[in-house]
Design a binder for this molecule. Structure first.
Ligand code: 1HN
Length: 354
C-alpha cells in the first residue's frame, strides 16, 4: 500500500492554477473516496426515543395548524450527517407525522417514493390513486413515486405514523419535486389488500396476464404480518431469524424500487445477529423492548423507538422479555444497491485493519 502524495507536496502556484481552472488532483483525495476495506461512514448508530418524540410532536400539533404545515412532521435527522440534511441514513428519510381528528393533509404527488408505517391511533386514512387505505397501528402503506396521495382522520385521538422516503437519494440526484392536486375521487371499493390480494400465492388472474403493474398492492395490514410471523416462528429453529419481506405480490420482488421493507419477530429472550450487509437501514420497534448493539454501540429500545443502522454495520438485537415476543419493522436501501450492482452480504468476522 503505497503512500500517496498530498496537496501540500505540490507547489502553491500549481495548486492555484488548478483551482482557477476548476481542476482537482485525484491522488490526494483518492483514499478518501475509496478507503480500503470498508466505506467511511458518517451515519451514527442512533436511537430516537418515542417517549421523547411524542410530547414534542403533540406540542407541534398545538403550535402549528395543519394548514401551516401541509404535513406536520418531526424529522429524525442523524447528527452524523448534519441535522439540516434530514437524513436518518445517507439514503433514508424518516419522519414522525401527526394528524389530529378532523384534519386533512392535501393531495399531492412527488418523485421520491414514500411509505407510512402506522405507530398509534385509530381513524386515520390515506388515499393512494383513489384507493382509500385505512391506517391501523403497524400497517404499511406505499405511496410510490408519482402516485397521488392525501391523508385524513375521522377518529377521535391523535394519529401518528412513521414516514420513510428515499428523498435524500432523489434530492442528491437533483430529481426531487412535487405537484399539488385537487382532492381525489375515492373509488368505491375496499382496499385491495383485503380483497384482490387476500392470500399470498393467489393473485387476480386478469392482473397476472397483463404486463405487471409496478404497484398492485399498496397496503399491508399488520394483522396479517403479525400472524404470518407467528406461524413462521413456530417452524424456525432458535438462532435463525424469523423475518418476512414485504414484496410485490405479482412479481415476488421488492415492492418499491429503492427502499425495501421487512418485519422481524424476536422470540422471548432471543438474541439475534442480523446478516452484515452493505445496505443502510432504519428499524422501528412495533412492540416489545430490548437492546440493539450496532458496531459496538449499545442502544436500549422500547416500543415505537426508531434506530439508525449505518451501511456495513454489525447488528445484534435482543428481546429483553423472557415471556413476550418483540416485533421490529425494518427499512433498508438494499433494493437500490442490488439494482446498482454493489449490494453485498458481508462476513461478520473482524474488520481488516484500517
Ligand atoms: C410527504 O409527501 C409526506 O405525503 C410526508 O405525508 C413527508 C417528507 C418529504 C417530502 C414529502 C406525506 C414528506 C413528504
Amino acid at each position: 500500500m503505497s503512500q500517496l502524495g498530498t496537496l501540500e507536496d505540490l507547489p502553491i502556484g500549481f495548486r492555484q492554477g488548478l483551482t482557477a481552472t476548476n481542476l482537482v488532483p485525484l491522488w490526494p483525495n483518492l483514499r478518501g473516496a475509496l478507503p480500503h476495506g470498508i466505506p467511511t461512514r458518517r451515519t451514527r448508530p442512533l436511537l430516537w426515543r418515542y417517549s421523547e418524540i411524542r410530547p414534542q410532536l403533540m406540542e407541534a400539533g398545538r403550535l402549528t395548524p395543519i394548514e401551516k404545515a401541509e404535513r406536520r412532521v418531526l424529522v429524525l435527522a442523524n447528527p452524523g450527517l448534519g441535522l439540516e440534511n434530514m437524513q436518518a441514513t445517507p439514503s433514508i428519510y424518516i419522519g414522525m407525522q401527526l394528524i389530529l381528528p378532523g384534519e386533512t393533509a392535501p393531495n399531492h404527488k412527488h418523485s421520491p417514493s414514500a411509505v407510512r408505517f402506522v405507530v398509534e391511533g385509530a381513524g386515520g386514512f390515506t388515499v393512494v390513486e383513489g384507493e382509500r387505505c385505512p391506517m391501523e397501528p403497524g400497517d404499511l402503506i406505499l405511496t410510490p413515486s408519482g402516485l397521488w396521495h392525501e391523508h385524513g382522520h375521522t377518529g377521535s385521538e391523535p394519529v401518528v405514523w412513521m414516514d420513510a422516503l428515499d428523498l435524500p437519494l432523489v434530492f442528491a440526484l437533483e430529481a426531487s419535486y412535487c405537484t399539488e392536486g385537487e382532492p381525489q375521487n375515492i373509488r368505491n371499493e375496499p382496499d385491495a389488500s383485503q380483497t384482490r390480494y387476500r392470500r399470498s400465492g393467489l393473485v387476480p388472474w386478469s392482473g397476472w396476464m397483463r404486463p405487471p403493474t409496478n404497484y398492485p398492492l399498496v397496503r399491508f395490514p399488520w394483522r396479517d404480518v403479525k400472524a404470518a410471523l407467528a406461524d413462521l416462528a413456530s417452524v424456525t429453529p432458535r438462532g435463525e431469524a424469523v423475518r418476512l419481506a414485504y414484496v410485490n405480490p405479482e412479481t415476488g420482488r421488492e415492492c418499491l424500487p429503492i427502499l425495501g421493507f421487512s418485519a422481524v419477530q424476536l422470540r422471548p429472550g432471543e438474541s439475534l445477529a442480523l446478516p452484515r450487509h452493505s445496505a443502510s437501514a432504519v428499524m422501528n420497534i412495533v412492540d416489545g423492548a430490548g437492546v440493539a448493539e450496532i458496531d459496538g454501540v449499545q442502544l436500549q429500545f422500547e416500543q415505537f423507538d426508531t434506530i439508525a443502522v449505518p451501511t456495513h454495520a454489525r447488528v445484534r438485537i435482543e428481546n429483553s422479555s423472557s415471556t413476550k415476543p418483540a416485533h421490529l419493522f425494518v427499512v433498508d436501501d438494499a433494493p437500490m444497491q442490488r439494482k446498482l450492482g454493489f449490494y453485498e452480504i458481508l462476513a461478520n468476522e473482524a474488520l481488516p485493519p484500517i
